[in-house]
Design a binder for this molecule. Sequence first.
Ligand code: DC
Length: 697
Amino acid sequence: MIETGGEALPGGRELSVRVPGDKSITQRALILGALAEGESRIGGVLRGEDPLATGRALAGLGVEIRGLEGSPESDLRIRGRGLRGWRQPDGVLDLENSGTGARLLAGALAAQPLTAVLTGDESLTSRPMERIVGPLRRMGAAIDCLGVPGRLPMRVTGGPLVPLCHRGTVASAQVKSAVLLAGVGAGVAVEVCEPRRSRDHSELMLEAMGVSVVAGAVEGGWSVGVPAPPTRLAPLDMEVPGDFSSAAFLLAWAVLSGCRGALTVRGVGLNGTRTGLLPVLARMGIGVDVAQRGTAGGEPVGDLRVAAPMGPPRAVEVGGAEIPAMIDEVPVLAILAARAEGVTRITGARELRVKESDRLTALALNLRRIGVAVEELPDGLEIEGTRGRLAGAAECFGDHRIAMCFGVLGATPGCDIRVDDPGVADVSFPGFWKLLARLPHRSASDRRGRTAYTRRDAARGDAAANPEAGCLVVAIDGSAGSGKSTTAAAVAFRLGFRHLDSGAVYRAVTLGLIERGTADAVLEEVTPEELAALEIDVKWGEGRMEVWLDGNRIPERDLRSERVTARVSQVSAIPAVRSGLLDLQRSARAGAGLVAEGRDMGSVVFPDAKVKVHLDADPRERARRRILQRGERSPGPAEIEAEADRLRRRDERDSSRRVAPLRRAPDAVVIDTTGLEPDEQIDRIVRLVEKARRVSR
Ligand code: DC
């Protein structure tokens, strides 16, 4: 995505980049295209995890979408089924992490003559849905929350609706869009009044599809309505502009990296309900030139150019009416504030507590961890800027914007920041880490000043930066539900080591065999040639193990899918599979160290590992953890007993199987995790590693 550039930006050099398509607009294009009559063409879409989840849900409703998983350049084609033409879905519609997808779909479903169940991942199922459930029920939709009231999963039974004038207490584009979609779908008048104006992508796109939208200031806020919905929506034909929120991370990088040239982000959406950060940056002394180049789907599009400032940014006060138009950029503002002169005060941003994470707490916690003085307010933050060294580990809480803002800060001088879950950036900015790595980086003196061996070094296998000679192997084995994977990942993160999840490698082979059509009955007879023909590879992305099959990275959800889980234990018992994977697993050794997690790490794969740990726990405790891990809440004694029985049977099968029975290495340290908090398990293993290091010195 870098168009020009070089090693550094010596005086006057220009660097030009592009960012992926706007997430909000991509999501709306998908849903609106699905309601149109005829085929919509959408170019420049964001192929991030949120739109993919929305696309899959729409496919479940009978909407044909082509090109969503295609190359970044290809167009998306959506064959709309008309305003009330969606099909009764066969299963639950899982929106994963996408709040926009879930809320807007709920609105559109309210008018469809069908019943659908919407759900999401752990984070989405804890976010508030009451704010859309209320107005949609008042319009006549039947909505049942199947778990916790006001949360997903929920069942929506749609049908004819009545007109509604809704007064919202928070400015929320998702609530507004849900009501507008319900009204347009059912052909009834709707109006939404908000205390402040929220982003208006839905209105602009509806207008582009032939809907007459009335909007304007009213007493106590802003009103948007569709008084006379049309009987059909014309298909869309548009290019999605680059995401301003993604561009904001790069602007912040340019400011904080102190590079001497200028950075231009091209083709960015400049909708005024989204660009509220720009006047705030101006108050901080950061000038951004805006050049509008045209429009797309009713949205202004142009280039943003920031020249690196002469000095550090100035602290600002931000709050009230300014917040809705920059709500997603508060994390970016927070990292700028961390380097600004003075104390920045952000208020009126309570809404950030119910985003992909509680962003106020996530920002405060992480900033504090790396050495910034922060005060967390009920609706904001007070951040005292510092020029001191910032170092430590940032926790992402599954939130893409938290991951990216600390990634950006970490890529600037005077910082050494590790991000625990970089992969979450894929939600809105696929390719973010690659782009960041290609930007001109910190100076050599800054690298020399580092105190710690970082996770990024570990991921790269950067032996030169490794203060240890050789790669220290930590083998963590144990039975199912003993807490292995969480512990291993955390230990690797704490130590800056690679984490080998050997179970994932067995899962990849299983997926490969299933995809090659190897029937269950003949799995055991699979030949070494058939196995060799599977191109399984393990790569090290930004601190994370990635498993590749036939040249493509396997998405997590495929690795952990039902069909793979059901067969992996059978596949992992095939002798040819076990021996065939030895070299691949051993090749994971690089950099400072490796935490290898599985069933035979200490006994077979790395018999000379410096640290060997065998985790165990009481079957009932393991059962309880597994049930909770599946997202079910507080299991009762009978449920725990049934799961414990299954685990006991599996333990017995695993330890009595002919090939690679689960047996602990004689020199492994056994840790019974039954009464231990996760932190205690991690601490114990880290202490073992530190001891091993001392001995080997
Ligand atoms: O840890 P997991 O559930 O992802 O492991 C998947 C399967 O692979 C499980 O059935 C155990 C098996 N496995 C194995 O036999 N040896 C390993 N080193 C890792 C996993």
